[in-house]
Design a protein around this ligand. Structure first.
Ligand code: ATP
Length: 596
């Protein structure tokens, strides 16, 4: 190329394209546009970066070590949260990490690591020449992970195999996202395995193939017949909050136990693939492991819960109705799996295993039971803190557990910042009172009408007078940029948990009965069960607090952002202050609809 060329140091491929475009000389607008684009500095810079990545990535070492840098940042936040008072360096790091630009870089890194950039292209129809079969040879380095008697290829190369029901051939059942097979981008679900390390797998069982894999050292060479149209490795972006506990080792239906991902209620899961109707692939948000694991899909889990409710309506704690174990239910096993389907009827032939836990509530308290809710997964997204976004802090708990005491103490730490709305009442004003100070006084008719119109987030009646908190009072506080602190009755939760208010809900839990008696007696606590006289709690009332606390947690636990045990008042308040700090400074998971 001529040294005087304006394209000096430009990408040769782009330069060639530009030169040939000049030869077209059509004068059309499209060609002019394309020519301008090809000469743009930005495009050339991008191509330059791309070439560098490709050059570096040739040795297969250029892949991300983790795909959750943002999560790591949050962990750093947590560690630093306690230490900002100690050193200026900590404070500086914290402010750096909180910068939106820095967080944007980390988010971009994670998106790239999760391959969240592939365009969706239509499947290319196979060139159907029956005589000719395309074969691909793929070499993977065997992972160092212990095999531990595993019955699957998953711990070795990040894929599972099975015998195809129709053809009887060994096929790749599933490629686990982030595993060695997925990172290679060369092995896909449905690919037919012909040879492993030069050994033909014809007439072999998956177990035979696994033993070949287990006995091989170093690299493993697969000869595969590719399946067409199944090569997409794009990860989904969906994050969900798990509303139930899952233990794959107790699940006889999981197609491959070694590939299962265990989680606890409340864990945030990144659903990387929903390709299979019954078994999704997911990673636990915050885990540094790139390889995804199998979890029951929403449909499968709903089917299990419905089936469980039908067979035992009193057990409604969302525990999976697991069926009797079957050795055939495996990706790795040659027989047909006992496929659970999302419909309850299809699950009927299966026998329920004994339940680990059964919670039966007083029938009289079941009146408000949320029967429609099938607790599987709740789609969530991160809500990033920004100026003007102030989330109310809601203290929820059993009556008598200490919500109001904690609210008062939290507000007292900084009355300029934390505000409780002034309640409304229909009772007559006393001469010593000022309207709008302790209460907003309104007529009973007006208050009844407003309650009917849904203008109150909570209300109740005491001695023939109505009391309540108006939604408008909460919104006014939010609009002034201060933190609204509420301690409503737990039945107000559903009205409060809206995209408009976006509350941060803290569940106030009682300590053990023994510790509750000790702490309350020492503090001369007054029973809230007796409005007529001031007296101590009875032992029965303490038991009642624990019982109703379990029930509230059981019914609404999925809505709680955090739990605080109200044992020692000072440490409970300090936990609340930390929570308040997190709410104003950290991106937190909220229902996805709150972010759109
Ligand atoms: N951790 C604690 N240690 C000792 N006493 C406590 C503690 N928490 C609350 N108390 C006392 O227990 C009593 C009841 O607390 P509080 O009024 O806050 O309960 P509540 O949850 O608001 O109940 P209700 O909704 O029925 O009014 C009060 O006398 C309070 O000072």
């Amino acid at each position: 190329m001529n040294m005087d060329s304006p394209y000096e140091n430009w990408d040769p491929a782009l330069t060639r394209l530009l030169t040939s475009l000049k030869e077209v000389q059509s004068g059309s607008e499209d060609v002019a546009f394309l020519s301008e684009l090809l000469q743009s500095k930005q495009l050339h810079a991008l191509v330059h970066v791309h070439n560098k990545i490709v050059a570096k990535g040739k040795d297969d070492k250029f892949y991300p070590l983790l795909s959750n840098a943002m999560q790591v940042t949050l962990e750093v936040f947590e560690v630093l949260g306690d230490k900002t008072k100690i050193s200026k360096e900590y404070e500086e790091l914290l402010s750096l990490l909180q910068k939106p630009h820095f967080q944007a870089i980390l988010c971009t890194h994670d998106a790239v690591a999760q391959k969240d950039y592939y365009p969706h292209l239509p499947d290319i129809p196979p060139d159907t020449d029956d005589e000719e079969e395309t074969v691909k040879i793929v070499q993977l380095v065997k992972s160092d992970e212990p095999l531990g008697g595993a019955q699957s290829a998953e711990p070795i190369v990040g894929a599972t195999i099975k015998t195809d029901e129709e053809t009887g051939k060994i096929v790749i059942a599933r490629v686990m996202h982030g595993g060695a097979a997925d990172r290679s981008g060369l092995i896909h679900a449905g690919d037919e395995v012909i040879e492993v390390n030069g050994i033909s797998v014809e007439n072999k069982t998956p177990a035979d193939v696994l033993s070949i894999l287990q006995n091989s050292e170093g690299t493993i060479t697969f000869k595969l017949v590719p399946s067409f149209g199944k090569g997409g490795t794009r990860e989904s972006k969906v994050r969900v909050r798990a509303l139930f506990d899952y233990n794959s080792s107790e699940d006889p239906y999981i197609p491959c136990k070694e590939a299962g991902l265990d989680f606890k209620k409340g864990d945030i899961l990144h659903i990387v693939s929903q390709d299979d109707a019954y078994w999704w692939q997911a990673r636990r948000e915050g885990d540094r492991v790139m390889r995804a694991g199998l979890i029951p899909s929403r449909a499968l889990q709903e089917g299990r819960i419905i089936h469980e409710r039908q067979t035992d309506p009193q057990t409604m704690d969302g525990k999976p109705a697991l069926c009797s174990p079957s050795a055939s239910s495996s990706d790795c096993a040659p027989k047909t799996p006992c496929s659970p389907t999302p419909t309850a009827t299809a699950l009927l032939p299966c026998k329920s295993i004994p339940k680990v836990k059964k919670i039966i509530y007083d029938i009289t308290e079941n009146d408000d039971f949320d029967r429609e809710l099938i607790p599987t997964y709740e789609e969530v997204a991160r809500l990033y803190p920004r100026p003007g976004l102030v989330r109310p802090i809601v203290l929820i708990g059993a009556p008598g557990v200490g919500r109001n005491e904690l609210r008062r103490r939290l507000v007292a730490t900084d009355p300029e910042k934390y505000i409780t709305p002034i309640p409304y009442t229909s009772r007559p004003i006393k001469s010593s009172e000022q309207n709008g100070k302790d209460y907003v006084f309104v007529t009973r008719e007006k208050m009844e009408q407003d309650i009917t119109d849904g203008k109150f987030i909570e209300h109740g009646e005491y001695k023939g007078n109505l009391y309540g908190t108006a939604a408008e009072s909460v919104e006014t506080i939010i609009n002034t940029g201060r933190v609204c602190v509420l301690s409503p009755h737990w039945q107000a939760l559903k009205m409060l948990r809206t995209p408009r208010l976006r509350p941060y809900i803290v569940f106030i839990k009682p300590p053990s009965l023994e510790r509750m008696v000790e702490t309350r007696t020492a503090a001369n606590a007054r029973s809230t069960f007796d409005k007529e006289s001031s007296r101590a709690f009875t032992e029965e009332e303490f038991t009642d607090i624990i019982r109703s606390s379990n029930r509230i947690n059981f019914l609404y636990g999925y809505m709680f952002d955090e739990e605080v045990v109200n044992e020692d008042l000072a440490s409970a308040v300090s936990q609340l202050l930390k929570a308040a700090w997190r709410v104003q400074s950290e991106p937190l998971w909220v229902p996805a609809s709150w972010v759109q």
